[in-house]
Design a protein around this ligand. Structure first.
Ligand code: HEC
Length: 122
């Protein structure tokens, strides 16, 4: 009889620990999702920011953009690469100019190096 009570107590303890762990996992997951959401303000203020943020964050966040320092021609070429290779809706006309101008102005070669860039990988 004593053994059975002991077994039951150990089992109850185990379930309690498992439930607590589960709650912790759920809280961690919720935080990770919150952390992944980006606001437009992660990009530097300027003309074309809203357009760029809206158009470019459909498939990936802005980290891919922010860690690059490219010339206007390179950004322009990247727009074609993004549509040809990755299925982005082609960017054309004034709308394309607005976005390429924004990128070249704020993420051009003259801009400060991206924070957190690993100097050993570049
Ligand atoms: C239809 C989906 C889609 C859209 C919209 C999109 N991209 Fe991408 N982009 C991708 C994919 C897929 C990759 C490749 C990711 C990888 O290599 O892991 C990528 C990679 C990149 C890279 C990294 C290139 C490198 O050197 O590795 C940059 C910079 C980039 N995108 C910028 C942009 C900009 C700027 C826009 C808006 C004009 C944009 N993307 C819109 C799908 C998209």
């Amino acid at each position: 009889m004593r053994a059975m009570i002991l077994v039951a107590a150990i089992a109850a303890l185990g379930i309690g620990v498992a439930l607590a762990q589960d709650r912790q996992d759920q809280a961690d997951a919720a935080r990770a999702i919150e952390g992944a959401a980006e606001e437009e303000t992660v990009l530097p203020d300027g003309e074309g920011r809203s357009e760029t943020f809206a158009y470019c964050t459909v498939c990936h966040n802005t980290a891919l953009i922010r860690r690059n320092r490219l010339s206007r021609d390179q950004w322009d070429g990247l727009m074609d690469w993004m549509s040809e290779k990755h299925g982005m809706n082609p960017l054309e006309g004034e709308f394309r100019d607005t976005i390429v101008n924004y990128l070249a102005t704020h993420f051009g070669p003259a801009q400060a190096p991206a924070r957190g860039r690993n100097p050993f990988l570049n």
